[in-house]
Design a protein around this ligand. Structure first.
Ligand SMILES: [Zn+2]
Ligand SMILES: [Zn+2]
Length: 181
C-alpha cells in the first residue's frame, strides 16, 4: 500500500509546481526589477522621512521658544517616522513666536494709549491710578483733594468725588511770586 501512495504524491506535486497561476507573480518578486523598485521606494520613504524631520525642526524653532521642547519634537519625528510628525502637527503651538511677540507689543501699545499700565516717570515702576506717590522712589505723582483726599488728575478743575474746586493757587503762587522776589 506504501508504493502507490508515493507515486500518487509525485504525480500530484510535480504538476502543481509547473502550473502555479501565481508563478509569474512569484517570478516578478524574485526579479532584479522588483528589488530595484523596492530599493527606490525605500529610498523615497527615507528621503521623505528625513525631509519631514528637517521640516519639524524648522517649524518647531519658529513656534517653540524652549530649545529642549524643539529637540523633543525633532527626536519624536526622527524616532517615529511619519507618525511622529503627525503627532507634532496636532500638538504644536498654533502661532508663530513672531506673531505672539507682535501681538504682545500691540497689546502693550494699546494699554499705554488707554493708560492701563501707568508707570512712575522717575523709576519706571508700575503705579496704580489711585496712587498719590510712587511707593518705590516716593515721587509725588498726584495731588490729593483738599477735602476727601481722593487722587486728582492734574487736568481736573474740580474733585469729581466731592465737587470741591481744585486749588490751582499753590503752584501758580510760587510761579507768580518768583519774579516779585
Ligand atoms: Zn518711582
Ligand atoms: Zn474731593
Amino acid at each position: 500500500m506504501a508504493a502507490p501512495t508515493t507515486t500518487a504524491d509525485e504525480t500530484t506535486t510535480t504538476p502543481v509546481e509547473d502550473d502555479n497561476p501565481l508563478q509569474p507573480v512569484l517570478d516578478f518578486f524574485d526579479s532584479s526589477l522588483f528589488t530595484a523598485l523596492l530599493q527606490l521606494t525605500l529610498f523615497f520613504f527615507v528621503a521623505l522621512w528625513l525631509a519631514l524631520v528637517f521640516w519639524t525642526f524648522k517649524d518647531a524653532r519658529r513656534r517653540i521658544a524652549d530649545p529642549v521642547l524643539v529637540a523633543v519634537a525633532v527626536a519624536t519625528a526622527l524616532i517615529f517616522p511619519f507618525l511622529g510628525v503627525l503627532v507634532y502637527v496636532i500638538l504644536r503651538p498654533p502661532e508663530y513666536l513672531d506673531d505672539v511677540r507682535e501681538r504682545e507689543l500691540e497689546i502693550r501699545a494699546m494699554e499705554k494709549r488707554l493708560g492701563a499700565n501707568m508707570r512712575c516717570p522717575y523709576c519706571r515702576h508700575d503705579v496704580e491710578p489711585s496712587f498719590l506717590s510712587c511707593p518705590v522712589c516716593t515721587t509725588k505723582l498726584k495731588q490729593a483733594c483738599r477735602r476727601c483726599k481722593s487722587p486728582l488728575d492734574p487736568a481736573w478743575q474740580l474733585c469729581p468725588y466731592c465737587e470741591t474746586g481744585v486749588r490751582q493757587g499753590e503752584p501758580d503762587v510760587a510761579v507768580t511770586r518768583a519774579p516779585i522776589l
